[in-house]
Design a protein around this ligand. Structure first.
Ligand SMILES: Nc1ncnc2c1ncn2[C@@H]1O[C@H](COP(=O)(O)OP(=O)(O)OP(=O)(O)O)[C@@H](O)[C@H]1O
Ligand SMILES: [Mg+2]
Length: 458
């Protein structure tokens, strides 16, 4: 039988809660202060701890790291008298499973405990996904094995099981929407709706009713009651794309909905409760949008409980090849073909700077697939080959190397870009780089696509 530890100094409350938890089929032990809780947690190896925040000998928060450090860390449900957003945010950041506010609604206790089972399953699922990604370079629908993407996977895995709001930022085409879907898929809400709305694509006059719905007759043309996306996403996940395009006054309303978990439709007066996990996305830095006055700071703070930055494709190294082959394999499967990239084509893809990121890559592969027979060569890639002396060209070669790039990776990119620049003439390339022709051949061989990175073996 799973075990729960209840830590609360209000004995009458402790008793009532213990009763409710027992009814859910858990064995219950209790503690009235931090010291007792420590002893009890060490002795009883609880599966769940229901923890009051204000205890006679300190804050329940102090216990979090100790509980996390147990051999089998329990799930933690916080109980708090003051329902401040700050507490919730801080607690979710530190990985608690859920939190209840006093006076506790016993129906909520039941739900929180039921969710725990799901959370355990999810942990295992995420664990296996992590294993999968290490070997195959995938995580949910996301493809990529680069260190930059592994960092993203870790964050997504950690945040998915909580209800915390997430803010995804990244250039266009970096996979923000795919990341949002992945969060939903790995959350305990995965069987409920995932609803996406692009705040930049809905006209300012319609967006309020699009988000919050409207009552019949609330404005000309509102001939029937309309449920907004918040209601449609009830119990599920709402993806608010291009959040910075949302008009200011609506940002205020959105913030209120997030804080009160309830809304009124346009032209309505009834308060409707909504249980929605919000994932928002912005193309550029959110802080930048705040200073430009396009995003309210309080809304950013509320959404930014868990920021995740999707790195640009040009910083993902080998992922370009992985993704290109993935998209090609998809097309081959659909069309029953077996087209392959010529090694020179892969080199060309690797040195491009991909301003449109993964979306651009996908389009380029699609086009190349259509115009090619069995082998996809560089001529099928509409990527303008760099022209010497043109500053634009230098940028297109993707030679932005960021601090922290491993030297071997920087060297690889430099060599491949120079090779392209010298129109694949290896003698010229070696001269330009100040290395021997033999060294160049060796490097090209190491890069796997060696044969191709320009016929190194010839
Ligand atoms: N890591 C990835 N693995 C596989 N496919 C990806 C990945 N990232 C993006 N894609 C694909 O690239 C395309 C663009 O992705 P997505 O729409 O998620 O980008 P975005 O960041 O939301 O872009 P925008 O800011 O322009 O809306 C989609 O077709 C998506 O399936
Ligand atoms: Mg998008």
């Amino acid at each position: 039988m799973p075990r729960a530890l209840i830590v609360d100094d209000d004995l009458a409350f402790q008793l009532g809660l213990a009763e409710a938890v027992r009814r859910e089929g858990l064995e219950v032990s209790t503690a009235s202060n931090l010291a007792e809780a420590r002893a009890e947690a060490a002795r009883g190896a609880p599966d769940a701890v229901l923890l009051d925040l204000s205890l006679p000998d300190g804050s329940g928060m102090e216990l979090l790291p100790e509980l996390e450090a147990l051999p089998e860390p329990p799930d933690i449900i916080l109980i708090t008298g003051q329902a401040t957003v700050e507490t919730a945010v801080e607690a979710l950041r530190r990985g608690v499973a859920d939190y209840l506010t006093k006076p506790v609604d016993f129906a909520r206790v039941k739900m929180a405990l039921a969710n725990l089972t799901r959370t355990r399953e999810l942990r295992e699922e995420i664990g296996s996904l992590r294993g999968e990604l290490r070997s195959l370079g995938r995580f949910g629908h996301l493809i990529g094995a680069s260190p930059a993407m592994q960092g993203v996977y870790d964050l997504l895995a950690r945040v998915a099981r909580t209800d915390a709001s997430v803010l995804l930022t990244g250039e266009t085409g970096t996979g923000k929407e795919v990341a949002a879907q992945t969060i939903h898929r790995l959350s305990r809400r995965h069987k409920e709706p995932f609803v996406a709305v692009n705040c930049g694509a809905v006209s300012a006059s319609l967006i309020e009713s699009e988000l919050f719905g409207h009552e019949r007759g609330s404005f000309t043309g509102a001939d029937r009651t309309h449920k907004g996306v918040f209601e449609q996403a009830h119990r599920g996940t709402l993806f608010l794309d291009e959040i910075t395009e949302m008009p200011h006054e609506l940002q205020v309303r959105l913030l209120r909905v997030l804080e009160t978990e309830s809304l009124t439709r346009v032209g309505g007066s009834e308060m409707l409760r909504v249980d929605v996990r919000v994932v928002a996305a912005a193309n550029r830095g959110a802080e930048e949008a705040v200073s430009a006055g396009r995003l309210r700071e309080d809304l950013l703070y509320r959404l930014n409980v868990f920021p995740v930055l999707l790195p640009p494709l040009r910083e993902r190294g080998e992922d370009v090849e992985l993704l290109a082959n993935h998209f090609l394999a998809e097309l081959n499967r659909e069309e029953g073909t077996d087209k392959q990239f010529a090694p020179s084509a892969l080199t060309r893809l690797r040195v491009h700077s991909w301003p449109g990121n993964v979306r651009e890559l996908r389009n380029v592969v699609q086009r190349a697939f259509i115009v090619s027979d069995d082998v996809i060569g560089t001529d099928a890639l509409p990527l303008r080959p760099p022209v010497a002396g043109e500053p634009e060209a230098a940028r297109e070669q993707g030679l932005t190397i960021h601090p922290g790039t491993p030297i071997a990776e920087a060297e690889r990119r430099l060599i491949l870009a120079t090779l392209e620049h010298c129109e694949r003439d290896k003698k010229k390339t070696a001269e330009a780089l100040g290395i021997s022709l033999k060294t160049l051949y060796n490097r090209l061989n190491e890069y796997g696509g060696g044969r191709g990175a320009g016929g190194a073996a010839s």
